[in-house]
Design a protein around this ligand. Structure first.
Ligand code: URA
Length: 296
């Protein structure tokens, strides 16, 4: 949608801000909604027929920059990649995009393949407005995987998760227990920036979830940490606030995992930047994570 021509410069700026355009990236606007000729996608599996009424919905994806993780990780990992689990396609998805995501994600046998699958995937609407795919950063063979909510402006620019202000705090907290990005893997519940940094919708989360689940299976970390409420809700299947979940341990399992993974939730670093009073309890949580990592 274009703004009306009669607007003053100030009205125009306000119009853009209301539409979620909160920063300038280039001198000229790019219409990402413009119809493009459909390129053949050899990686995409045949999509089964549309699910029926009453079934849930999904959505769509973009390009990227490589994270330290996959660049550094010799593939394949020394651990055997988990066998492809039996396909139990979630019932739901008014347009079949979740189903397509499940098939595509399960066909990936390594984190690199999963990244390529995600690059080829056009089922998440967030891809249309994002600059880059933001998938992982860190070490794909690390014993710990952190999952945040979704990329912000700086992440979208660089194509890497947690590189903005909350990423800087995350790095400091990692350092406090002797870790850095060479010893952890970091990802998100959605892989493209939600416009204006809004919370990802249920559809956007649902369509990215098969890729996140496959990432967890392929990395098979000892410890899984949800950063903030939306990640905790997605991974721990809990509806209570992070304030009630933090400090507790849960089991994360999927049919493709050989054994359940110890999982917990932390306050999101962005929340801690706004509420530094919560840093004290969070420090206790980090010590709990350190103990869990060191346990036999
Ligand atoms: N917040 C998130 O949840 N993820 C990022 O990658 C950056 C900020």
């Amino acid at each position: 949608m274009a703004p009306p021509h009669s607007m003053t410069a100030r009205e125009l700026l306000e119009w853009y801000a209301e539409a979620g355009v909160d920063e300038t990236i280039a001198d000229r606007p790019v219409n990402r909604f413009e119809e493009k000729p459909q390129a053949a996608n050899p990686a995409a599996p045949p999509v089964p027929p549309e699910p029926g009424p009453g079934e849930s919905k999904p959505i769509e994806s973009n390009g990227e920059k490589k994270g330290l993780a996959d660049a550094a990780a010799p593939s394949p990992s020394p651990r055997e990649p988990p066998p492809e689990p039996p396909v139990s396609v979630p019932q739901g998805g008014a347009n079949g995009e979740v189903t397509a995501a499940v098939h595509l994600a399960r066909s990936a046998g390594s984190v690199d393949e999963l990244r390529r699958a995600l690059e080829s995937f056009d089922g998440c609407g967030l891809k249309k407005t994002a600059t880059n795919l933001v998938f992982t950063d860190g070490n794909a063979q690390a014993p710990i995987l952190f999952v945040g909510e979704g990329p912000g402006a700086e992440e979208d620019r660089q194509g890497l998760p947690f590189v903005g202000p909350s990423g800087k705090l995350l790095d400091k907290m990692l350092a406090s227990i002797g870790l850095d990005r060479t010893g952890v893997l970091i990802s998100n519940t959605v892989f493209w920036r939600p416009p204006g940094n809004r919370t990802p919708s249920a559809q956007e989360t649902a369509v990215c979830m098969p890729f996140l689940e496959r990432l967890i299976e392929l990395v098979d970390p000892k410890v899984l940490v949800a950063l903030g409420g939306p990640a905790a809700k997605s991974l721990l299947a809990e509806t209570t606030s992070v304030g009630r979940l933090r400090g507790k341990w849960f089991s994360y399992s999927t049919p493709g995992l050989a054994r359940p993974i110890d999982a917990t939730a932390l306050y999101h670093p962005a929340y801690l930047l706004r509420s530094p009073g919560q840093k004290r309890v969070t420090w206790m949580d980090w010590l709990g994570i350190k103990r869990k990592l060191q346990a036999p």
